[in-house]
Design a protein around this ligand. Structure first.
Ligand code: F6P
Length: 243
């Protein structure tokens, strides 16, 4: 894993956006794997700004999001589909049919998982996957204990994840208990992975990632076995380790 140490959230967002813009310009039909959460918001802002000012085009880009809450329709403001439309897709020239987020309100969520995994394969997989990390080491919504062999599947959200994400909802009770997530094996099939980490509250997770063992108890640790991973982490996130 390559580690790029940056000053703060702003610099992490800028460098991540520059890397994506470079990739999109050199491969206009790239398949991007995208993440939600607070971490990539600044990066999406910079992609939008670049599109508006410099005209980087996403006409032939395809996107595949990591996860979605089960039970939320795409119109629900807390769905990850709404998040992506609001943060990125509505502001760039990507055809909406090129954007993929699992359907959280699918009648048969298991079938939706199988179809999403098939869709990834049919499109040749993800070229560049953007990831954040949960405080417990989750990537996508793959909570501790998830098999490294897992493909897109249904996950019971950890209590700590529901609590951390409750800030987006009116109450903890409203946070769904399950999600559809790309599996660890699905994520590991990406040709390249970019992990973004910012802030003191992620410093223990970063320490465990960099200094701990590889194992299913800490999902992000699997990234150490991938041949092409870059971590962009800010000083606060790296405050517990020497790089
Ligand atoms: O960026 P945040 O809000 O800290 O979330 C961390 C991770 O948890 C998730 O919200 C759950 O999938 C991811 O989207 C994100 O990468």
């Amino acid at each position: 894993m390559k580690i790029k140490k940056v000053k703060n959230y702003e610099e992490m967002s800028r460098i991540a956006a520059e890397l994506i813009i470079d990739k999109v310009r050199s491969n206009p039909s790239i398949n991007l794997g995208l993440a939600t959460g607070s971490t990539p918001v600044g990066m999406y802002e910079k992609l939008v700004q670049d599109h508006q000012e410099k005209g980087t085009s996403y006409k032939s880009v395809k996107t595949f999001n990591l996860d979605e809450y089960i039970g939320l329709s795409s119109e629900n403001p807390n769905s990850y589909r709404s998040f992506m439309n609001k943060q990125l897709f509505n502001h760039i020239d990507i055809p909406i049919e090129n954007t993929h987020v699992p359907h959280g309100d699918a009648k048969d969520p298991s079938q939706e998982c199988a179809e999403y995994e098939a869709l990834l394969k049919k499109n040749g997989g993800v070229d560049l996957q953007i990831l954040g990390i949960g405080g417990n080491g989750h990537i996508g919504f793959n909570e501790p204990g998830t098999s490294f062999q897992s493909e897109t599947h249904i996950i019971e959200l950890a209590e700590s994840t529901r609590r951390a994400n409750a800030r987006f909802f009116n109450s903890l009770e409203e946070v769904p208990t399950q999600a559809i997530t790309m599996g660890i094996a699905s994520i590991m099939q990406s040709k390249e992975i970019l992990l973004l980490v910012s802030g003191q509250k992620k410093s223990q997770a970063v320490k465990q990632l960099l200094q701990g063992d590889v194992g299913e108890h800490f999902p992000a640790s699997v990234l150490k076995t991938h041949p092409n991973v870059t971590i962009i982490a800010d000083e606060a996130a790296l405050s517990e380790v020497t790089v």
